[in-house]
Design a protein around this ligand. Structure first.
Ligand code: ZN
Length: 138
């Protein structure tokens, strides 16, 4: 069995941002040379997510509105966590959007359903953060 590991770094311009990382993940898969197996992609921070959904701008605005409805960023004082920090909302958003995704690799490709794309969801950005790509198989 082969294994491959890589960290991908991001520094978003906004506090909250969704980035389509499907191309980066495909590049890792090509680099790994693995044709059959599993690929795991996870955020390495507790205020960011990795998830799979549609790359459609209206939907991305809907995510922002929905998450702000569930866990509004402001006022910061509404959260117990925000004594030395201001990112309680980002921890909550990350939890509901998920930590990681696992995708099957078949014949050297991500074995996706229609419209599936992988996203990095940043909820407390404007600083360097990373995610992990781990691939196992043969
Ligand atoms: Zn925090």
């Amino acid at each position: 069995m082969k294994s491959y590991r890589k960290e991908l770094w991001f520094n978003t311009t906004q506090r909250r941002q969704l980035i389509n990382i499907t191309g980066d993940v495909k590049k890792c898969l090509t680099e790994s040379g693995i044709k059959e197996g599993l690929i795991l992609v996870n955020a390495m921070h507790i205020t960011a997510s990795v998830f799979i959904n549609d790359d459609e701008s209206g939907l991305h605005k809907d995510f922002e509105k929905w998450l702000e409805g569930l866990a509004p960023e402001k006022p910061h004082s509404q959260y117990n966590h925000n004594t030395y920090e201001d990112n309680a909302d980002a921890h909550l958003k990350r939890t509901i959007m998920g930590r990681e995704v696992v995708v099957a690799i078949t014949d050297g490709k991500l074995d996706f359903g229609p419209w599936e794309q992988i996203f990095y969801g940043e909820f407390d950005g404007k600083r360097k953060k990373r995610l992990l790509v781990k691939i196992i198989g043969e």
